[in-house]
Design a protein around this ligand. Structure first.
Ligand code: CP
Length: 305
C-alpha cells in the first residue's frame, strides 16, 4: 500500500506514471469504459474541514472505480472527534472498516500522524496550510493538458502564498522540469515564509518575488491564483486587512498572453473578477474537472493497483 501524504515523497518517475494513469482514467471515463479496479473495496472519506471539490471528486472517483464510500463530511462535529477522540484512535477504527482512508484536517501534520498508525493507505486531502498532494497532481495534469508540456514555462503564483497548501504541493512537482521560472506575487502580508525562500535559493530555483501582478503579467504562461485563506487567520480583523489586497481584474486579461492560462484551486471568493470566468484562458473549472481523473489514478496508486 502507498500512503499519499506530501508531494515531497514522490520521484519524477512516480509523478509521470500517475499523470499517465490519470490520462488513461480520463479516456476511460469519457468512453464509458472504466475498469472497476476498486470493486469490493471501501473508501472512507473523513473531512474534518469543509470541502466541495476534493471530497466529492474523491467520492466520485471511488464510485466510478467500483468502490463503496463511507465517511463523515463534517467530521469535527459528526464523528467522535467531537467527543475528544484522537486522530490515531479514529484512524485505527477506519483501518478496520475501510480499504483506503481519504482525510482532510485543519491541523498540519495530521495525515502523517494518521499514517503512523494506519494499516490501510492514508490519502492526505489537505492538512492545514501544509500539503494537498492530490491537488498538486491535478494541477500538474492540468498544466500538461493545457500547454502540452511541463518545462520552459513562466509560472506565477498570486495571492495568499503564506497559507497556500496547493502551492506547496504543486511547486515540488514543477521543480522536476527544466527551464521553468517561478514568480511569487503577493502583498508583503501574504508572502512566502523566509525559510521557504531560503530553501529555494539553496537549491538554485529560478524565481522572483513580486508585489504587483502588473510587473510580469505579460510573460506568464500560467497564473496560479489563490484565495486569501480566511480560516487560517487568528481573527476576522486580521483577515479583513488583507482580503482585498490582491485581485485579478478583467483589465488584466488585456496584458495576459493569448495562450496563457489562469488557474485556481477553488473555491474563489473575490480574488478573480467574475467577468474573467468566461474568458477561454480561465482554466479553473477545467482544472477542477481534472481532479476526478487525477484522484482515480491516486486511489489506484494508493492500493498498488
Ligand atoms: N481545491 C480544493 O481543495 O477545493 P475544496 O476545498 O472544495 O475541496
Amino acid at each position: 500500500m502507498n500512503h499519499i501524504i506530501s508531494a515531497a515523497q514522490f520521484s519524477k518517475e512516480e509523478v509521470e506514471k500517475i499523470l499517465f494513469r490519470a490520462e488513461e482514467m480520463e479516456k476511460s471515463v469519457k468512453e464509458g469504459k472504466v475498469n472497476k479496479i476498486l470493486e469490493n473495496k471501501i473508501v472512507a472519506a473523513m473531512f474534518f474541514e469543509p470541502s466541495t471539490r476534493t471530497r466529492l471528486s474523491f467520492e466520485t472517483a471511488a464510485l466510478k472505480l467500483g468502490a463503496q464510500v463511507i465517511g463523515a463530511e463534517n467530521a469535527m462535529e459528526n464523528s467522535s472527534a467531537y467527543k475528544g477522540e484522537t486522530i490515531e484512535d479514529t484512524t485505527r477504527m477506519l483501518s478496520a472498516y475501510a480499504d483506503v482512508i481519504v482525510m482532510r484536517h485543519p491541523t498540519a501534520g495530521t495525515a502523517e500522524a494518521a499514517s503512523k498508525v494506519a494499516t490501510k493507505p492514508i490519502i492526505n486531502a489537505g492538512d492545514g496550510a501544509n500539503q494537498h498532494p492530490s491537488q498538486g497532481f491535478l494541477d500538474l495534469y492540468t498544466i500538461k493538458k493545457e500547454h502540452g508540456r511541463l518545462d520552459n514555462l513562466n509560472i506565477g503564483f498570486g495571492g495568499d502564498l503564506l497559507n497556500s497548501r496547493t502551492l506547496r504541493s504543486l511547486l515540488p512537482f514543477l521543480r522536476f522540469y527544466s527551464g521553468n521560472k517561478f514568480y511569487f506575487i503577493s502583498p508583503k502580508e501574504l508572502e512566502l515564509p523566509r525559510e521557504f525562500i531560503a530553501e529555494l535559493h539553496e537549491n538554485n530555483v529560478n524565481f522572483e518575488e513580486l508585489r504587483s501582478l502588473d510587473e510580469k503579467i505579460g510573460e506568464l504562461d500560467v497564473l496560479y491564483m489563490t484565495r486569501v485563506q480566511k480560516e487560517r487567520f487568528p481573527d476576522e480583523a486580521s483577515y479583513d486587512k488583507v482580503k482585498n489586497l490582491f485581485i485579478f481584474k478583467k483589465e488584466h486579461l488585456n496584458s495576459l498572453k493569448e495562450n496563457a492560462i489562469i488557474m485556481h484551486p477553488l473555491p474563489k471568493i473575490n480574488e478573480i473578477e467574475i467577468e474573467v470566468d468566461s474568458d477561454k484562458r480561465a482554466a479553473y473549472f477545467r482544472q477542477a474537472e481534472n481532479g476526478l481523473y487525477a484522484r482515480m489514478a491516486l486511489l489506484g496508486y494508493s492500493l498498488g493497483l
